[in-house]
Write a protein that binds this ligand. Structure first.
Ligand code: ADP
Ligand code: MG
Length: 458
């Protein structure tokens, strides 16, 4: 390559890298895209290299098209992107970008790694003592306590699931703290599924999968948080599956959390899903008013803010319904504000400090409510919302409900489709368009839809 060509090439690549970093964020960029190097550009073919086969096979199907598109924005003559594995990697191969996933290689490497590298810092506030128990979380709490207090494995795995900010991570940390205190001889490992994957990829990159396997298979208790992160990440799932089985065989305890129940994890391979459901599955339900109030009282005490008036706590418990994290945030803000301005907390000041949060916490409508309301309104059975019947008298209300689900919830089109008898997302898209058209053309119809919307938002 002559110097000029090389400079142009490097500039092009550096420009593309900057765009990728902006688009995908620092973390993704550093993990996946940063390790790529530019090799050459000839006759419209850009050749990049990856340090490992795994990385290449991960990046190519996910980012290959994007890299190509970006490059073409800068240089229209670019036709293809190839990513090859750098010489010296386990199985060098020059392959075009293909949408395939691979299972991890079995490269051997020196056994190193200590548990401390993986053992994420446990939050000292997340103990059982600080966990407020109420109806929505009592079962999950009891299951977590059982695991932490028993020496023999009674159910494997313990699977905790529920929406964000409801206390899953808190419970896992609490188990770890309790075990440390009670059984310091046992090796307890807690990490997020994301960390697990990251460690796994690192092991592949540095040819240390043996070390990785040994590390994870030597623990007494393994906790993997937010397993939904493994959605669609087949190689990581595969590795987790093997780790999981190895630990179960040795009668070691596994605890997993997720945002859905195992059976609803449709991005997780069937055999893994069924494994996850083998032990005890416990849901952490959305909070109730009483639980929120209890949590606020405990937190206010912990913060030494005993002067917060009960009326203010009740107000918060009533208004901030989304999750415990936001509830805590609201309390912190109210207290911080009063400390700063040197005035006691009143209902009015709480209102003022939290006005943005309060707006975001207007009641969230569920798809089920929408289906029920719309079915009532048009006098059809709720079951027609997911039936296959196409007669207009049921199909139209169904479309109205899909439209409202799109408007009033944050669910994606595929999620909405699933709730309507497993329909395709294109069906939902079509429904939304149809209702928009009809509303334009027919005032009476538009009013019906508007009325339903107001009823649901009330
Ligand atoms: P998740 O992992 O389910 O998203 P977290 O465990 O991170 O939720 O909880 C969010 C915040 O709310 C944490 O600060 C946690 O300590 C707190 N929290 C959740 N549930 C409770 C509870 N029942 N009692 C006390 N604090 C709670
Ligand atoms: Mg969590």
């Amino acid at each position: 390559m002559n110097a000029l060509v090389e400079t142009t090439l490097n500039e092009g690549w550096s420009w593309v890298r900057d765009r990728l970093r902006e688009e995908f964020g620092e973390a993704t960029f550093n993990n996946w895209l940063g390790p790529l190097d530019i090799e050459s550009l000839e006759d419209g073919a850009v050749v990049l290299s990856a340090p490992t086969r795994f990385l290449r096979d991960w990046v190519a199907p996910r980012y290959g098209d994007r890299i190509r598109a970006l490059w073409r924005r800068r240089d229209g003559s670019v036709q293809t992107i190839e990513i090859l594995v750098k010489a010296g990697a386990s199985r060098p191969a020059r392959q075009p970008v293909t949408p395939s996933e691979v299972s991890p290689g079995t490269t051997q490497g020196p056994v190193a790694n200590s548990a401390s590298q993986v053992d994420a810092a446990l939050d000292p506030r997340c103990t059982f003592e600080n966990f407020v128990v109420g109806k929505p979380n009592e079962f999950a709490h009891a299951a977590a306590r059982r695991v932490a207090d028993m020496d023999d494995v009674q159910f494997n795995p313990l699977f905790l699931y529920g929406g964000v900010g409801l206390g899953k991570t808190h419970l896992m940390h609490a188990i770890a703290w309790r075990l440390r205190e009670r059984r310091p001889d046992r090796r307890v490992m807690y990490l997020s599924a994301e960390k697990f994957m990251y460690r796994f990829v690192q092991a592949l990159r540095f040819k240390n999968t043996m070390g990785f396997k040994e590390l994870f298979r030597s623990v007494d208790v393994l906790m993997i948080d937010d397993v939904q992160f493994m959605d669609g990440k087949e190689a990581t799932q595969e590795e987790f599956f093997h780790t999981f089985n190895a630990l179960v065989d040795q009668n070691r305890q596994i605890i997993v959390s997720g945002d859905r129940s195992p059976s609803q994890m449709d991005g997780i391979e069937e055999r893994m899903r069924s494994r996850l459901g083998w032990g005890l599955v416990a849901e952490v339900h959305a909070t109730s008013y009483e639980l929120r109030l209890g949590i606020l009282q405990v937190k206010a005490d912990l913060l030494g803010a005993t002067a917060v008036m009960p009326k203010v706590l009740e107000f918060l418990a009533h208004k901030i319904t989304s999750n415990v994290r936001e509830l805590e945030g609201a309390l912190n803000r109210v207290i911080a504000h009063s400390t700063l301005v040197g005035r006691p907390i009143t209902l009015e000041s709480a209102h003022e400090v939290l006005h943005d949060l309060l707006r975001a916490n207007v009641r969230r409508v569920t798809i089920e409510e929408i289906q029920k309301r719309v079915a009532d309104y048009y006098n059809i059975k709720v079951s027609e919302m997911s039936s296959a019947r196409r007669a207009q008298m049921v199909a139209r209300p169904r479309q109205v409900a899909m439209y409202l689900a799109k408007q009033l919830t944050s669910r994606s089109l595929p999620e909405i489709g699933r709730k309507f008898g497993n329909r395709d997302h294109t069906t939902v898209m079509h429904a939304v368009k149809k209702i928009e058209q009809l509303s334009q053309a027919d005032n009476g119809f538009a009013e019906d839809v508007e009325l339903l919307r107001r009823m649901l938002e009330a």
